[in-house]
Design a protein around this ligand. Structure first.
Ligand SMILES: C[S@@+](CC[C@H](N)C(=O)[O-])C[C@H]1O[C@@H](n2cnc3c(N)ncnc32)[C@H](O)[C@@H]1O
Length: 295
């Protein structure tokens, strides 16, 4: 055999070995891909549970191994939870208080989802209305009894010395009374201050204010902070004067209105003594749902 023939045979053997190695590798990959691919949510959840793992997650998907960076997964997760928040938020603004109560009762996890999104949205506001109301309470006597209608995470109660009845659809901790706020377990004429901080969400919001009127003592305060755009008639919002007029017809005196903040308005009222109510004659303006933008 010549030297040239010998080299030819060696090259042929090397090529054949290489082909076999390639086949073995492809077979291994197919076996790995036989298990069903995880859903995107499973992937995202797995990534959240496993935060101490390296900065990349390997996902087997349709026989192919794909690598998603954790920043990509975090972005997808934020998108998903943002979508859930907007859906729940829209629901709360377009149903009655009782329907909202039943909605969360069926699936309490939705409440946490809503509040995670809500906190995210609020982090973009330069000032939080709940802080303005907290300051108002700190400037008044700590002996005033407060009812916080739609308290959320009960931030108000945690930051003042007053006795606060925190009311919301779900009780996140034992201090919160779970109820639809148009029908609270509070006694009539038992509180000095009723607070609605961004919580006039239900389509039957007038029944929330009616309930506040019932539980307030004569000369008690009604403090309302609401999203400004809901009171902008040029974009379909309510006329703030009509809103204020309806509350006064219920038996309150308007004390102050503050439109200086870019994001929210503040309307303060005082309950009249011995006012005869003509509830059925009151014309409540519709409040525009507050729908948050996609970020
Ligand atoms: C936008 S969040 C504001 C939370 C809190 N007041 C704050 O300023 O951070 C509105 C809250 O009102 C509650 N809410 C809406 N409708 C309600 C109802 N019918 N009865 C009780 N709570 C209600 C929601 O569950 C939510 O926690």
């Amino acid at each position: 055999m010549t030297e040239e023939e010998r080299r030819g045979i060696i090259n042929q053997q090397q090529r054949s070995r290489k082909r076999k190695r390639g086949k073995r590798h492809r077979r291994k990959q197919q076996v790995a891909g036989d298990s069903p691919p995880p859903s995107l949510e499973q992937t995202l959840n797995a990534n959240t549970k496993n935060r101490s793992s390296p900065a990349a997650a390997v996902v087997k998907c349709n026989s192919k191994a794909r690598i998603f960076s954790s920043s990509f997964l975090d972005k997808m997760k934020a998108k998903l939870s943002g979508g859930h928040f907007r859906m729940i938020n829209e629901k709360l603004y377009t149903c009655t208080g009782q329907e909202a109560f039943n909605y969360f009762k069926e699936d309490p996890a939705l409440f946490n989802m809503y509040h995670a999104g809500y906190q995210e949205q609020m982090s973009h506001w330069p000032e939080q209305p709940v802080n303005v109301i907290t300051k108002w309470l700190k400037d008044h006597s700590p002996s005033l009894i407060v009812a916080d209608f739609g308290c959320g995470d009960a931030c108000l109660a945690r930051n003042v010395k007053n006795k606060v009845f925190s009311l919301d659809l779900i009780s996140k901790d034992s201090s919160v009374i779970a109820c639809d706020m148009s029908n609270t377990p509070l006694d009539s004429s038992s509180v000095d201050v009723a607070v609605f901080c961004l919580s006039l969400m239900g389509t039957n919001y007038s029944s929330f204010i009616l309930e506040a009127h019932r539980v307030l003592k004569p000369r008690g305060w009604l403090l309302i902070a609401e999203v400004k755009s809901r009171f902008d008639p040029s974009t379909g919002g309510a006329d703030p004067n009509k809103f204020s007029k309806a509350i006064c017809q219920l038996g309150f005196t308007a004390l102050s209105k503050d439109f200086s903040n870019k994001m929210f308005i503040l309307l303060y009222f005082k309950k009249k003594e011995d006012e005869k109510l003509n509830v059925n004659e009151i014309r409540w303006p519709g409040l525009k749902p507050c729908l948050y933008k996609r970020r």
